[in-house]
Design a protein around this ligand. Sequence first.
Ligand SMILES: Nc1nc2c(ncn2[C@@H]2O[C@H](COP(=O)(O)OP(=O)(O)OP(=O)(O)O)[C@@H](O)[C@H]2O)c(=O)[nH]1
Length: 357
Amino acid sequence: MFHTVEAQLSHQVVTPELRAEFRQHDFERLRTFCLLVFCVSIGLWFFIDVLVSFEGGQGFTPKSILFLALLGGLTCCVPFIRRARSFYLLNLLYVGVYCFSSRLVIEGMPEVVQPLWLTLTASSVVFLASVMPQNHYSYFGIQAVTWLVLNPFSDGVAGLELEDSLIFFYVLFFLGMTVYTYLRLTQGKLNNFLMARLLMEQAYLDALTRIPNRRAFISQTTERLEKSEPGQRRYLAMVDIDFFKKINDSYGHDIGDEVLQRVAGNLRDGLEGFEFARLGGEEFGIYLWDLSPEEAGQLMENLLRAVREAPTSHPATISIGLARLADGDTLNQALIKADQALYQSKHNGRDRSTYAP
Ligand SMILES: Nc1nc2c(ncn2[C@@H]2O[C@H](COP(=O)(O)OP(=O)(O)OP(=O)(O)O)[C@@H](O)[C@H]2O)c(=O)[nH]1
């Protein structure tokens, strides 16, 4: 079964919208981690800056204060950012400022250790960038900015000296490794996201009608019931297709399925913003709130008409039981009440709605 789901995933076309949803989800999930990385990196920079400044006898200069303020200011923006795209820009800006400030600190170190420190800092920055939420543009932008600003060979390569060659091959190796890790990690995270979506869909969507199923309805309405204020007007309706067995018997199960899909479509069109689901067989459930009894009744009448008057060669009608929930009513009590009202609709001739106050 796992292989079937995996095979299904590998054939899924990842549209730009789906990719954007994934990136937004990834950013929201990792926002706290990003904040932590920003704060720790400022701490590290500050520590090394203080060490180098005082060892070098320069003291803490206004430049250090400026960079500290810039880095701190950019970090403070993270909790307020809503869109992943804005974070990518901010991250790129942060990396730029961080690289410049690090370069200045490193230039205060003895010349002989500078290439090593530049390599070390650039490697740490691009490693962290490869595990943070990114799109390809921002990731390769960060790689470019980092290696340009923290280029360990900015003073030129003096012949084929051993130290330069070692650093050069290390940078090459590290660059390849971080790019590879980033691409694999992103693909892995995307696959996980798609898998979670697929499983959610299979668990909460009715396979035939593509509207929520009983499990989704129970979980959503229970949550809404728990959150509802005392005195709030709430209703539960049960909907049942009339003589559905006859439709199946006369036209076959395929047409029966079509009728189910059509009625589900009528629910989707007429009840936008409310909860509805296929509870099983030819039975549907609806949960409404913040409506007067007249408005709820009118919605049910509209639904009855939409099903009755659907332009089709296989007409059908539905019966509805609409129950008003009292404060403290459980979902089960509401379902029983609505079911009794539905029974009244069937008993009184079908194609109608009965209201149980
Ligand atoms: N085509 C199709 N039929 C289904 C599906 N699920 C349940 N049914 C059929 O739905 C029918 C339900 O019939 P009944 O419960 O007897 O009710 P009814 O014929 O609608 O009669 P009333 O409710 O009294 O108007 C049964 O024949 C089931 O086989 C489905 O997914 N597809």
